[in-house]
Design a protein around this ligand. Structure first.
Ligand SMILES: [Zn+2]
Ligand SMILES: [Zn+2]
Length: 196
């Protein structure tokens, strides 16, 4: 692994980040392996920081994400889009090599979604709920349908499922989204690999 991207500080995303950086560095068979980490500012600094100083010292490059900025590490370009709203944590839409976009855990905000590039190869969406829940900053199935109709990627992947999604069956939900948007949609599963 050459670069770690942390979407935001919440523990369901960040709990293993220090261990993973250390194992990528120390466990690598490559001598002098260079590792980079990219994350929003609150992951690096302040009372909510989740990246430990002695672990950061093992990385060659730290990208502190800012809105509407781009970063390059080796052959990977990361475009950081607008800041989303997600229960006080800083998080951004991300685009990798101008082809793959990532919508983090966040509330659906059309004004922010319109900044995602159009016609990209793949959009990954953290689709936590099947049904809309008021006052919770996460996407539901109907939000994803609206987002896909705005961004129009070639393909979509839904992931990050809560219980009502698991009960509905993520593959069924992906099919429902696909039928309503005509965009090929897949439900993520552990170990999934996709060809682009
Ligand atoms: Zn979160
Ligand atoms: Zn999350």
């Amino acid at each position: 692994m050459d670069i770690f991207i942390l979407s935001h500080i919440h523990l369901d995303h960040s709990a293993d980040i220090n261990t993973m950086i250390e194992s990528a560095k120390v466990g690598s068979k490559e001598k002098n392996k260079e590792i980079a980490i990219g994350a929003p500012e609150d992951a690096f600094h302040g009372s909510s920081k989740v990246l430990l100083d002695f672990i950061l010292k093992k990385t060659e490059k730290q990208f502190i994400f800012k809105e509407d900025s781009s970063y390059i590490w080796k052959d990977i370009k990361i475009d950081v889009l607008r800041k989303h709203t997600h229960h006080g944590a800083i998080t951004y839409g991300l685009v990798f090599n101008e082809k793959i976009a990532y919508h983090p855990c966040a509330k659906f905000e059309p004004d922010i979604v319109k900044h995602y590039p159009k016609n990209i190869d793949l959009l990954i969406l953290n689709t936590t709920f099947y049904r809309k829940r008021e006052n919770i900053d996460h996407l539901c199935k109907d939000d994803v349908i609206e987002i896909l109709n705005i961004v129009k990627p070639k393909r979509a992947i839904i992931t990050h499922f809560a219980l009502d999604m698991l009960e509905a069956g993520p593959e069924n939900v992906a099919k429902e989204i696909e039928e309503k948007t005509y965009i090929q949609t897949m439900a993520a599963f552990d170990g999934a690999k996709i060809l682009l």
